[in-house]
Design a protein around this ligand. Structure first.
Ligand SMILES: NC(=O)c1ccc[n+]([C@@H]2O[C@H](COP(=O)([O-])OP(=O)(O)OC[C@H]3O[C@@H](n4cnc5c(N)ncnc54)[C@H](O)[C@@H]3O)[C@@H](O)[C@H]2O)c1
Ligand SMILES: O=C(O)C(=O)C[C@@H](O)[C@H](O)[C@H](O)COP(=O)(O)O
Ligand SMILES: [Zn+2]
Length: 387
C-alpha cells in the first residue's frame, strides 16, 4: 500500500458572527462567490441579475422544495426582470438518473435558453448534481447557479463543480466537472429540513474536521447542539465547511490529487448506497458517509495506521448526533461482502484495478492510500458484519 497527499493545513479559529458571509472559490477567470446568510432567497433575483444583462433562467427543483421555497425565488426573479421557467421533479436520490437528465435537458431546450442563460438548481445535492450536469452539456455548457436548500448541499455539493447521475453500475458514474457562477446559501431554508436530512448533512460537516482540521472536529464535538438548534454556530459551521472545500477545489479542481481527500468515507459509503439501491428509506448519502467514515477510521486502525481510540471517538460523536455508524444500523439485509467489494471496485479512484481509499493516521490526519489490498478490505468487512 502506498501513501500520497495528506491534508496538513493550518487551523483557522472558529469565530461566531451572524453577519452574511462570502466565501470565494478561486479558480482564475472562473472564480465565484458562495453567499451565506439568512433570507438570501428573497434577494436571489437581484444577485443573479448582477451576473449579466438580459439573462433568462430555468429553475430546477424537487416536489418538496418547490412546495416550500419555489414561490419566493420565482417572485424575486420576476422583480429583478429575469424571465424564468421552472421544472419540478420527484424528490430523492432516484432522480439522479438518465430519465430525469433527459427531462431537464428537454425543458431547457424547449424554453430556448441560450449558452449565456442559466440553469438554477434550487434544492439539495440531488437537484444540484443533476441540474449542474444538464448545464454542463446543453449547448456544450451553459451558466449555472446553485441555490442549495439542504445542509449537505450548502456545505458540500453546491461547491466545486462535481455534477452527475447514478447508473445501475454505481454512484455518480456519469457526469462532468462544471463550476457554478454563483452559490446562494440561504440558511433560513434549513428550518424546514427534516431532522434526518439535517443530520445527514452534518456528516459532511464533520468530514472536514476529520480530513485535516482536528480543532474544527473538537469544536463540533463541543458545539453541535448550537448547529442543530439554529444558533450562530450553524452559519459558522457552514462557512468553515465552504472555506475548507473552496481551498481544496482551488488547489485541485479536477481531483488529480489532493481533492480525493474530500472522498473520506465515500468509498464504503457509495458502495452501501448502491447496495441499498439508492433507497432513501434505508440510507441517504450523508448516512452512508457517516458509516463510511467510521469504517475508514476502523480500517485504518485494523491496518495499524491509526489508534482504536480515534476511531471510537469518531463513532461516538456521529452516533451522539443521531447518525447511523454501523453496518447493522442499515435496515434490512445487505448483500454478501463480495458484492460490496464489486461496488467498491467501480469507484472512480480505482487505478489499473487497484483500490484507493482515504485512510487516516488519526483525527484530522487523512491521507490517500493507493493499492489497498482488496483481500484485507474483504476480511475487515466480514469482521464488521459479524455480530
Ligand atoms: N457534487 C458534489 O460535490 C456532492 C457532494 C456531496 C453530495 N453530493 C450528492 O448530493 C446528494 C445528496 O444531497 P442531499 O443530502 O441534499 O439530498 P437531496 O437532494 O435528496 O435532499 C434531501 C431531501 O431533503 C429535501 N429538502 C431539501 N431541502 C429542503 C428544505 N429546505 N426543506 C425541506 N426539505 C428539503 C429534499 O426534497 C430531499 O427529500 C447525493 O446524490 C450525493 O451524491 C454531491
Ligand atoms: O467534491 C468532492 O470532490 C467530493 O468528493 C465531495 C463528496 O462529498 C461528494 O459526495 C462527491 O460527489 C463524491 O464524488 P465522487 O467523485 O466520489 O463521485
Ligand atoms: Zn459526499
Amino acid at each position: 500500500m502506498t501513501e500520497s497527499q495528506s491534508g496538513g493545513l493550518s487551523q483557522p479559529a472558529v469565530t461566531l458572527s451572524t453577519a452574511q458571509k462570502t466565501v470565494q472559490v478561486a479558480l482564475g477567470a472562473r472564480s465565484y462567490d458562495i453567499l451565506i446568510g439568512t433570507g438570501l432567497i428573497d434577494g436571489a433575483g437581484k444577485a443573479i441579475a448582477a451576473l449579466g444583462d438580459g439573462m433568462r433562467v430555468a429553475v430546477i427543483t424537487d416536489e418538496t422544495v418547490a412546495r416550500l421555497h419555489l414561490d419566493p425565488l420565482m417572485a424575486g426573479l420576476a422583480d429583478a426582470g429575469i424571465a424564468a421557467v421552472s421544472l419540478v421533479l420527484p424528490a430523492g436520490e432516484k432522480t439522479k438518473s438518465f430519465e430525469a437528465l433527459m427531462q431537464v435537458v428537454d425543458h431547457v431546450l424547449a424554453a430556448r435558453l441560450e449558452r449565456g442563460d442559466a440553469v438554477v438548481a434550487l434544492g439539495g445535492g440531488v437537484i444540484g448534481d443533476l441540474s449542474g450536469f444538464a448545464a454542463g452539456i446543453v449547448r456544450r455548457g451553459m451558466r449555472f447557479i446553485q441555490v442549495p436548500t439542504s445542509l449537505l448541499a450548502q456545505v458540500d455539493s453546491s461547491v466545486g463543480g462535481k455534477t452527475g447521475i447514478n447508473t445501475s453500475h454505481g454512484k455518480n458514474l456519469v457526469g462532468v466537472f462544471h463550476q457554478p457562477d454563483l452559490v446562494i446559501a440561504d440558511t433560513k431554508v434549513l428550518d424546514t429540513l427534516s431532522d434526518r436530512e439535517f443530520r445527514a448533512g452534518y456528516a459532511e460537516v464533520a468530514k472536514y474536521g476529520l480530513i485535516d482540521r482536528p480543532d474544527f472536529f473538537a469544536w463540533l464535538e463541543a458545539n453541535w447542539r448550537g448547529i442543530f438548534s439554529g444558533g450562530p454556530e450553524r452559519a459558522e459551521a457552514i462557512a468553515v465547511s465552504c472555506r475548507a472545500k473552496a481551498e481544496v477545489v482551488a488547489a485541485d479542481e479536477r481531483e488529480a490529487g489532493r481533492r480525493a481527500l474530500l472522498n473520506l468515507g465515500h468509498t464504503f459509503g457509495h458502495a452501501l448506497e448502491a447496495a441499498t439501491q439508492y433507497d432513501g428509506q434505508r440510507l441517504v448519502h450523508g448516512e452512508g458517509v457517516a458509516i463510511g467514515m467510521v469504517l475508514a477510521h476502523e480500517f485504518s486502525s485494523h491496518m495499524n495506521l491509526a489508534s482504536r481510540d480515534d476511531a471510537a471517538r469518531v463513532q461516538r460523536h456521529l452516533a451522539e448526533v443521531g447518525l447511523p455508524t454501523r453496518l447493522g444500523d442499515i435496515a434490512g439485509a445487505l448483500p454478501p461482502t463480495d458484492v460490496l467489494l464489486d461496488h467498491i471496485a467501480q469507484d472512480k479512484k480505482v487505478r489499473r484495478g487497484a483500490l484507493t481509499f482515504i485512510l487516516t493516521h488519526g483525527i484530522g490526519q487523512a491521507f490517500i492510500a493507493d493499492d489497498v489490498p482488496g483481500a484485507e478490505v474483504h476480511r475487515f468487512l466480514e469482521e464488521r458484519r459479524s455480530p
